[in-house]
Design a protein around this ligand. Structure first.
Ligand SMILES: [Zn+2]
Length: 409
């Protein structure tokens, strides 16, 4: 039955649809490798307001193909703060990292004094990298069965780390039941999620998809924790991947507690505004790229990570891009999802660039200034730049690029 994955409400309102979305973590090796596309409907729940994909694409289909799913390159600067916040509440004992990927957090947990650290990761390639670093890792999704198996072998854990996982989970009730199975009574749950609120306010399509099926505001995440039997002890916000928020929460004895449903009205209003602003952003960005090309500019997409893929797909600008550049070696010489463009290192394309370049900055806002400096050092051209991701305002940035193009004439 179709129902809200968070509150169980049956009244879901279709808000918008995105067509022809690629799997944004799957970078093909050859031009004729399969490039599956999906049409995805986004709905909001009248009961709690949560934006979600109700008819989610089966997880196996999305996650099995990707051999470029590792995240170790991200080097999140806030892990130490997140772990310290948890350790301040309870001495480090045993911990499980659900969605451990290639083991970056597990290493940090070991350094912070956790005595036993176990990982769980559905992507076999990422799990194998973590194992090679000496970690114990189960290759699986988290469900009741895998949780029972892990507890039989390892016992329960004092802390469960859950970073950037829940936004991929369709059946939240089953998932949190498994989370509770893994934890000791009064165990700590350390939860981190992408913060989409600023993206809603700016009308940014970049916050959508990345294979995410639900989109939490901080208030909705707190409701989720209460509903599934966790009490919030600490709250944090970080500049990571366009913004994230985190909680340290403690498992309560009796789930589910009667968490009060948040008022959906402000959320529904915010989402309606978001749909209108997103439409405007799509049109403006696409018209800028086309205007720049007519004025003799080459178009460079800097950054081929999932949020860039989404912007390119939604704004339908793949055919107007000349080069795709990314510094990550593991995705270079692969095809950017949803396009026919190979991802190249900057030094490979610098020599072939023209004397006028429009650069779409598909990188974290905190790195934009470094990327601009690198481009200006490598390519002698007149530049116009556009910021694609929150918290930067893309519409304002499009205006800035238009002014730069006018000034170059
Ligand atoms: Zn709901």
């Amino acid at each position: 039955m179709r129902q809200c994955c968070l509150c169980g409400g049956k009244d879901l309102v279709p808000l918008f649809k995105l067509d022809s979305l690629p799997i944004s973590h799957y970078l093909r090796k050859k031009l004729d490798d399969p490039d599956p596309r999906f049409s995805v409907g986004f709905e909001s729940c009248k009961g709690c307001g949560l934006l979600q994909i109700v008819d989610a694409i089966p997880a196996d289909l999305i996650y099995s193909q990707a051999d470029t799913y590792t995240t170790g390159f991200q080097r999140p600067r806030h892990l130490e703060d997140l772990i310290t916040t948890a350790v301040a509440r309870r001495d480090p004992g045993s911990a499980i990292d659900v969605g451990c990927n290639d083991g970056a957090l597990m290493e940090a947990l070991g350094r912070a004094g956790y005595t036993k650290v176990v990982g769980l990761e559905p992507n076999a390639i990422a799990a194998e990298i973590a194992r090679k670093k000496g970690h114990k890792v189960y290759t699986s999704f988290l469900d009741r069965k895998s949780a029972d198996g892990i507890v039989a072998e390892c016992g329960r854990f004092d802390a469960l780390y859950l970073r950037h996982v829940v936004e991929h989970v369709s059946d939240l009730g089953q998932f949190f039941a498994a989370v509770r199975t893994l934890l000791n009574p009064e165990g700590l749950l350390i939860l981190e999620l992408p913060d989409v609120e600023e993206g809603f306010a700016l009308g940014s399509p970049a916050i959508l998809w990345e294979e995410h099926v639900n989109y939490f505001t901080q208030a909705l995440a707190e409701y989720m924790l209460g509903r599934f039997g966790f009490g919030v002890l600490d709250r944090r916000k970080y500049v990571f991947g366009g913004g994230s928020f985190a909680f340290v929460a403690q498992m309560e004895a009796v789930p589910p507690s009667a968490a009060a449903l948040p008022d959906p009205a402000p959320m529904v209003k915010m989402l309606q505004g978001f749909v209108a602003r997103m439409q405007r952003q799509k049109e403006e960005l696409s018209s800028l790229v086309s205007q720049a090309r007519s004025a003799g500019y080459q178009v460079v997409m800097y950054g081929a990570a999932p949020r860039s893929c989404l912007m390119v797909s939604v704004c339908k600008i793949a055919d107007m891009i000349d080069f795709v550049v990314d510094d990550r070696q593991d995705i270079q010489d692969r095809l950017m999802p949803g396009t026919q463009h190979f991802v190249r290192p900057l030094d490979k394309v610098a020599g072939t660039a023209g004397d006028k370049v429009l650069c779409l900055l598909g990188v974290g806002s905190e790195n934009e200034f470094k990327v601009r400096a690198k481009l200006e050092a490598a390519i002698k051209a007149k530049f116009a730049f556009v910021s694609l991701f929150p918290p930067r305002n893309t519409l304002e940035s499009v205006d800035g690029a238009r002014r730069a193009i006018a000034a170059h004439k």
